[in-house]
Design a protein around this ligand. Sequence first.
Ligand code: TYD
Length: 133
Amino acid sequence: MEARVKKAINIFADAAGTLSVLNFRSIPFIVKRMYWIDSVPSGHIRGRHAHKNLSQFFVVIKGTLEIELRTMNEQKVFLLSNDGCILIIGPGIWRELREFSQDAIVLVGTDEEFLETDYIRDWNEYLKWIKSK
Ligand code: TYD
């Protein structure tokens, strides 16, 4: 599974607050789009899909959440917080985002623009797709 956590953020914290820097040089692809998710109600699960071609990175700006990644024969769970790390994932991986803290904000960067046909939103369809590759 093409997924890794990378220490990529410089955090400057002092009595006047915190400033965090992510240089795109740390990202293994050219970022074409960013979006962020917040205000997720307690217990809600997001994601539950895979992308056929898209690569992404996840940065937690505030709070905490859990990202479970699955392929046909691998499963990994990452606990993410604003600890200076990012999670980078390649294409073809099923993901579920859960356990959002009330204040959680997660920023996502991608190497492609939005394309609904790049999504696989059904687990059985995902298994069929990955077996046919
Ligand atoms: P989706 O990727 O399904 O979010 P999640 O997996 O976190 O639940 O996107 C939710 C909705 O937003 C869906 O209707 C598609 C739309 N959307 C866009 O139009 N453009 C985008 O760049 C993204 C990420 C989502």
